[in-house]
Design a binder for this molecule. Structure first.
Ligand SMILES: C[S@@+](CC[C@H](N)C(=O)[O-])C[C@H]1O[C@@H](n2cnc3c(N)ncnc32)[C@H](O)[C@@H]1O
Length: 219
């Protein structure tokens, strides 16, 4: 479960959150664009559960080819923006704490979570893995994307590492407020070591700025 400060930070940042996707860096943008192509294909014709959907950046892309999407987030501020996106497939938005809600078991072809895994405390990975595996139908896929350190920029100062190896950074909002955020980074090998005991890694793309995976449950 993310700490309260991380949750507050995203509520306060809803209005400006999508700036991360439109920075003027062509090589960085290309990694996102390449992922868009892969994701569109992956979700084609599928029923998707998206957790922590935020402003709906990925929801909108998935809606272009998916059959139906349930997209949820804790923050009403984020969901208000997501609800205004032009969507193609039917999307049901739901305000929910992903860990507190009882998602239907085996009901979705795909579970998608963008830019969340890096905020999950290391000591609670099994809980997160249960959360993303349980709603999946047999043969379903999990899609995750997250940052590598160059995507963050130098303005986020490192603060400390806790006893579990979680990294904490300071983040600033434009109005001057600061937040201490749990944000972990991984080498490609660490990602393989984390996911492979529990999931089949169907694809792992490790770029300069971002990593993404498609996971299956079982073999
Ligand atoms: C880094 S943003 C990612 C947004 C979106 N998935 C994307 O890739 O653009 C993290 C999101 O997680 C949401 N969040 C934080 N804690 C949550 C929780 N316990 N349950 C559901 N959503 C949560 C925040 O409100 C925020 O929208």
């Amino acid at each position: 479960m993310p700490d309260k400060e991380t949750q507050d930070y995203y509520r306060q940042r809803a209005e400006t959150y999508e700036e991360i996707y439109y920075r003027d860096q062509p090589d960085r943008r290309k990694e996102i664009d390449d992922e868009v192509v892969r994701l569109r294909e992956l979700v084609t014709g599928k029923s998707v559960l998206e957790l922590a959907c935020g402003t709906g950046y990925w929801t909108k892309i998935m809606s272009e080819t998916a059959n139906a999407i349930t997209a949820s987030d804790l923050s009403d501020e984020m969901l208000a923006i997501a609800r205004h996106k032009p969507l193609v497939a039917p999307v049901t938005f739901q305000q929910a704490d992903m860990f507190g809600h009882s998602w239907p078991q085996g009901a979705f072809d795909m579970v998608a979570v963008g830019f969340w895994f890096s905020h999950q405390p290391r000591q609670e990975y099994e809980r997160f893995f249960d959360l993303i595996a349980t709603p999946l139908a047999k043969g379903g896929a999990i899609w995750l994307i997250d940052n590598n350190p160059p995507a963050e920029g130098p303005e986020h100062e490192h603060i400390r590492i806790d006893e579990f190896g979680n990294n904490f950074k300071r983040r600033h909002l434009k109005d001057g407020r600061t937040f201490t955020i749990l944000k972990n980074y991984f080498s490609e090998q660490e990602l393989r070591d984390l996911f492979s005991p529990r999931f089949t890694i169907r694809r792992l793309t490790y770029g300069v700025y971002y990593w993404s995976v498609e996971l299956g449950v079982g073999s």
